[in-house]
Design a protein around this ligand. Sequence first.
Ligand SMILES: CC(C)(COP(=O)(O)OP(=O)(O)OC[C@H]1O[C@@H](n2cnc3c(N)ncnc32)[C@H](O)[C@@H]1OP(=O)(O)O)[C@@H](O)C(=O)NCCC(=O)NCCS
Length: 329
Amino acid sequence: MNKKIGVKILGTGSYFPKKVLTNTDLEKMVDTSDEWIRTRTGIKERRISEKNETTSDLAYLASLEALKSSNISPEQIDLILVATITPDMFFPSTACFLQKKLGLNFVPVFDLSAACSGFIYGIATARAFIESGLYKTVLLVGAESLSKITDWTDRNTCVLFGDGAGAMLLSASEENDNILSTYLGADGAYSELLFIPGGGSANPATVETVNQKLHTMKMQGKDVFKAAVPKMALAARKALELSGKKLENINLFIPHQANMRIIEAVAKKLDISMDRVFVNIHKTGNISSATTITALDEAIKTGRVKSGDLVEMVAFGGGFTWGASVVRI
Ligand SMILES: CC(C)(COP(=O)(O)OP(=O)(O)OC[C@H]1O[C@@H](n2cnc3c(N)ncnc32)[C@H](O)[C@@H]1OP(=O)(O)O)[C@@H](O)C(=O)NCCC(=O)NCCS
């Protein structure tokens, strides 16, 4: 019988745009306050991309970092996946633009759309492709320019989001199996609690859709909050179960960084003390598919996790979608 193909995490990288938007800056834009934003969300500042800076630009710079930390040459990549809800264009995929920037013509590429759970869906997809033997080395990116789909006059949403990208290189391995489990879930019944109504086939772009601001994010924050906590706890438990590990074996939990109160409520539900939970929302805001991977990258670079440690990443997002993955660093 053939030996099972393992999946090794070769390296990670991230990139954030230079421009910082603080809560104090937002006070000048909408009727809000630094105090309200900090106490309700935990966010102090977020990064915002330049007008001419695209999601694939952020993805490219994060990918270069991941390549550097992986010590492989770009030519070894044989599949590129980009998780994003803020593509450069409707089509071609952002993965196509990234491929071009990396100079990897002919490598197959595609985008994945699972909102804030995008990177977890991406890990499951990359793992399945590698384990099946179809591809050996996968570049997986979570990249977002949420500032470009934000209504900067809506205080209910504009204080929450930011821009950034994270990347991971995964490869087939006989010695390592770093992805211990992936668990995915979704419920389309709640699709209109967090969405962009305009621009697609339901409401193609017209002067009216622009005037009605249908091309920016709409959210029922309270309902999203209420659903996020139990679903993230469920996903964390399921992925743990599938990994065969116990809660006490996990060195670090990396929850999706959407709201500090959501993170604390999930930790409480799982009975995990906050010193085992990674938080960087204060400086990033919610960057959707890029949160878990940029957080993981920061945890590795700052020594918060070391080689051999077990990390559980958990996410929840528009759709609704949710998922979790236990990985060994
Ligand atoms: C958006 C969110 C921070 C709002 O917090 P909340 O405690 O639920 O606040 P509410 O919606 O009850 O609003 C309370 C009041 O604050 C006001 N408010 C909303 N945004 C505000 C802001 N930026 N500044 C000041 N006041 C604000 C509301 O208008 C409301 O005023 P009212 O009572 O006069 O109507 C919270 O619901 C949340 O984080 N939800 C999840 C969002 C999310 O994570 N989405 C992505 C998921 S992947």
